[in-house]
Design a protein. Structure first.
Length: 286
C-alpha cells in the first residue's frame, strides 16, 4: 500500500517535471518555425533595401542554428524528449535549412534577382512545413507520455483501492473472529460472571480463560489424586483373576491418559493466556 502511494506521488512529480521540459521543447520548436518565417521575411526586406534588414536576417539564422543544436545535438539535454519519428523530421528540417542557407549566401554574394528570391521562398516554405510537422510531432509525443503516466496512476490507484477493500474485509473478519473468540472464552465459565479489571476485550478473555484454567488444574489434581488412591486400593487385587487384573490396568491407563490430556490442555491455556496478556500489553503500553 505504501509503495503504491509512493509510486503514485513519484509518477505525479515526474509528470509535472516532464511537462515543464516538454513545454520548453515545444516553445523552442515553435520559435524555429517563427525564425524560418522571419528569415525569409528579412530577406525580402533586404531586397527592398529596408534599413537593418541584413543584421536581422543574420541574427535570425544564428538563432535558428543555436536552437537546432539545443533540440537535436547528441549532447543536448532536450534530446531525450524526442523519438525516432521526431529525429527523422528534424534531420529533414536540417537538410532543407542547410539548402536554404546556401541559397541565401549565394543570393547575398551575387545579384539580387527575383528568380533566386523565388527559389529561396519556395525552399523556405518547405522548411516551414517540415518545422510545423515537427512541432505537431513534439505535441503528440508529449500527450502520449502524459497519457501513459495517467494510465500508470490509474492502475496504481485501482491497486490501492483493491488493497484498501481487502484490508477492510480482513479487518471485519478479524473483528468477527475476535467476537467469536470472546463468546467461546465466556462459554468456558458456563456463563458465570467473572470480575475483570477493565472492559478491554483481551482482559475479559484472559479472566475467563484464567478461571477455566484454575478449574482444569483442579481437575488435573483430582485426577492425580484419584490415580494414586486407585493404585493403593487395587494393590491387593492384582493377585485375583486375570480378568479383574486387566480391567484394573485398563482403568488405570484411562485415568493416566485423562490426566495427560488435562495437563496438555492446561499448558495450552497457559500459553494462550500469556500471549493474550502480551498482546494486551503491546496494545496498551501505558
Amino acid at each position: 500500500m505504501s509503495l503504491n502511494l509512493i509510486a503514485i506521488i513519484m509518477v505525479n512529480i515526474w509528470l509535472n517535471m516532464d511537462q515543464k521540459n516538454d513545454a520548453k521543447v515545444i516553445n523552442i520548436a515553435g520559435k524555429q518555425r517563427m525564425l524560418t518565417q522571419r528569415t525569409v521575411l528579412e530577406l525580402h526586406r533586404l531586397f527592398v533595401d529596408e534599413k537593418g534588414a541584413y543584421g536581422k536576417l543574420q541574427l535570425a539564422r544564428e538563432e535558428f542554428d543555436e536552437n537546432f543544436l539545443k533540440l537535436n545535438a547528441a549532447t543536448s539535454d532536450y534530446r531525450r524528449f524526442s523519438n525516432d519519428k521526431i529525429e527523422k523530421t528534424m534531420m529533414e528540417v536540417h537538410t532543407h535549412w542547410n539548402r536554404l542557407s546556401e541559397l541565401i549566401d549565394h543570393y547575398l554574394a551575387g545579384d539580387h534577382n527575383l528568380d533566386d528570391l523565388k527559389t529561396i521562398y519556395d525552399n523556405g516554405d518547405s522548411t516551414l512545413l517540415l518545422m510545423d510537422n515537427a512541432v505537431t510531432q513534439y505535441e503528440a509525443y508529449m500527450m502520449e507520455k502524459r497519457n501513459m503516466a495517467y494510465q500508470i496512476q490509474v492502475v496504481l490507484s485501482l491497486i490501492s483501492f483493491v488493497i484498501i477493500l481487502y484490508m477492510g474485509r480482513t479487518t471485519l473478519q478479524i473483528q468477527r473472529n475476535l467476537e467469536t473468540f470472546m463468546q467461546r472464552s465466556k462459554s468456558l465459565t458456563g456463563g458465570k460472571e467473572i470480575p475483570v479489571k477493565s472492559n478491554n476485550e483481551l482482559d475479559i478473555a484472559c479472566s475467563h480463560i484464567d478461571y477455566f484454567l484454575k478449574n482444569v488444574e483442579e481437575a488435573l489434581q483430582s485426577a492425580t489424586d484419584a490415580i494414586e488412591k486407585s493404585e493403593v486400593a487395587t494393590a491387593g487385587l492384582y493377585a485375583a483373576t486375570p480378568e479383574a487384573k486387566n480391567l484394573l490396568e485398563q482403568s488405570e491407563d484411562v485415568m493416566i491418559q485423562v490426566g495427560e490430556e488435562l495437563h496438555q490442555t492446561s499448558n495450552r491455556l497457559k500459553k494462550l493466556k500469556n500471549n493474550l496478556e502480551k498482546a494486551n500489553a503491546l496494545r496498551n503500553p501505558f
